[in-house]
Design a protein around this ligand. Structure first.
Ligand SMILES: CC/C=C\C/C=C\C/C=C\C/C=C\C=C\C(=O)SCCNC(=O)CCNC(=O)[C@H](O)C(C)(C)COP(=O)(O)OP(=O)(O)OC[C@H]1O[C@@H](n2cnc3c(N)ncnc32)[C@H](O)[C@@H]1OP(=O)(O)O
Ligand SMILES: NC(=O)C1=CN([C@@H]2O[C@H](COP(=O)(O)OP(=O)(O)OC[C@H]3O[C@@H](n4cnc5c(N)ncnc54)[C@H](OP(=O)(O)O)[C@@H]3O)[C@@H](O)[C@H]2O)C=CC1
Length: 378
């Protein structure tokens, strides 16, 4: 019998064995790295399997703790590249104090992640905010925390944007609380990575309903009400860099975000006459629990993702906040139909045919140049 067991395979089998032991609550030492089970019960096995998966793709640094897939563990934090020290994020709020005094802002998905950061910024600059999503408790907590910080009211309203009747009810509630908004940020979204051959019709529909239909229901209903009251407003949609290129493995999201961009560019053209502006931000990767738990649950891809970002690091929610505040403010009244990419250069870095030549060393370049110079004729 031929046992073709390379070191790599042996190591993998050893790790699988370790993961089984871990799943029964044990502690295992391999290569000086201590893996403790992140959880009890069934999650243990999943977490340990994720560690094995990740380790085989991108080896963990010695001593690094593994805690994939468990909510009590902090999200992994892959190191930025050296050049990131040239480009530190500036999280301070950029616009002058009072930039949104007497303004009302409506933010979907405002309880978490980027939506929360944008709401915090609007509130800090004087806006009264209404945040809407499905989970009222999450919204309430965020609203309380932000109001305590800024002294300005943040109203939580439960709303599933997939349901047009719920959207209308939510806007009725907002009208009673604050009146119609001056600033609208369509930020709510759903997403998960999946090979397209595994997508069910309902999987497809769920994402398209949240992202495209949800944005359309909110935007059209609010637009009609604003037009009736002859009130101007700024609309902003948060899409993604792959809305432009498309992307495998997130096909419903790519399709729906592209639809949102078409919707916003179209309405920018049609509804300017009513005092309504429509703009789009395409963020690159920013570590939020909502995104990373569904797009890179094992943590296997974060390092390679950072590797292709010329600025050498992920973005921060506050960087999106500052751009969103500017685009929604009275400093940007000439901006409509704009699509602004904020991604540390990731999009162009992935697009350029020759960009992988960044990996070529100085000595290799000398060799390559010599070879090219030696070539005569064609
Ligand atoms: C190489 C890349 C490396 C790293 C990437 C890392 C970082 C990010 C980089 C860039 C990010 C760019 C863009 C990001 C865009 C985003 O939108 S991120 C925000 C993500 N946030 C959320 O999704 C929050 C809200 N999400 C949810 O509530 C759920 O995840 C939801 C599934 C979207 C909706 O929940 P709901 O309860 O309504 O739905 P379910 O009943 O659970 O499911 C509905 C149908 O979908 C099927 N489904 C669900 N999950 C999966 C899955 N993982 N794979 C396949 N199918 C799935 C489910 O089975 C249901 O279908 P049915 O069984 O046929 O009924
Ligand atoms: N983080 C990233 O790297 C990137 C994010 N983006 C975009 O940024 C935006 C924010 O994402 P991020 O903060 O990372 O992720 P989050 O998961 O934190 O944000 C998504 C929000 O949408 C809300 N939501 C989901 N489904 C519905 C629904 N049916 N009705 C109402 N609200 C809903 C969620 O609240 P609840 O569960 O209470 O409903 C949640 O607050 C999204 O549009 C996303 O596509 C784009 C590119 C990169």
């Amino acid at each position: 019998m031929n046992f073709d067991l390379s070191h790599e395979k042996l190591f993998t089998y050893l790790l699988i064995l370790c993961s089984i032991i871990i799943s029964f609550g044990g502690v295992v030492r391999t290569h000086k790295t201590t893996y403790r089970a992140c959880a009890v019960g069934r999650l243990n096995m999943a977490a340990a399997a994720a560690v094995v998966f990740r380790r085989n793709l991108f080896p963990l640094k010695l001593g690094q703790k593994a805690c994939a897939l468990h909510s009590s563990c902090a999200l992994r934090d892959a190191d930025p590249l050296p050049q990131a020290s040239f480009f530190p994020p500036n999280d301070a709020t950029m616009l002058p104090p009072g930039s949104f005094s007497d303004k009302v802002a409506f933010v979907t998905g405002g309880g978490t992640g980027l939506g929360r950061a944008m709401t915090q910024g609007l509130s800090q600059l004087g806006a009264t905010c209404v945040i809407a999503s499905r989970k009222l408790e999450v919204l309430q907590k965020t609203a309380e925390e932000i109001t305590a910080q800024t002294g300005n009211k943040v109203f939580p309203v439960a709303c599933d944007v997939r349901d047009p009747a719920a959207v209308a009810q939510c806007l009725d509630q907002m009208e009673k609380l604050t009146g119609l908004p001056d600033v609208v940020i369509n930020n709510a979204a759903g997403n998960f990575v999946s090979p397209s051959e595994k997508l069910s019709p309902n999987g497809w529909k769920t994402i398209v309903d949240i992202v495209l239909n949800g944005t359309a229901f909110v935007t059209l209903e609010l637009g009609k009400r604003l037009i009736r009251q002859d009130k101007g407003a700024s609309f902003l949609a948060i899409t993604t860099i792959y809305a432009e290129s498309g992307s495998g493995f997130v096909v419903p999201s790519a399709s729906a975000k592209a639809g949102v961009e078409a919707l916003y560019k179209s309405l920018a053209a049609e509804w300017g006459r009513y005092g309504l502006r429509f703009n789009i931000i395409q963020p690159g990767p920013i570590r939020t629990k909502g995104a990373f738990s569904r797009l890179d649950p094992t943590g296997a891809f974060e390092k390679s993702m950072i590797g292709r970002i010329p600025v050498g690091r992920l973005g921060t929610p506050n960087e999106i906040k500052n751009l969103a505040l500017y685009m929604s403010s009275h400093y940007a009244t000439w901006m409509s139909g704009a699509v602004v990419r904020l991604d540390g250069g990731e999009y162009v870095s992935m697009a350029g045919e020759f960009n992988d030549l960044r990996k070529v060393s100085k000595q290799q370049w000398d060799l390559i140049e010599a070879m090219i110079r030696q070539t005569k004729g064609s």
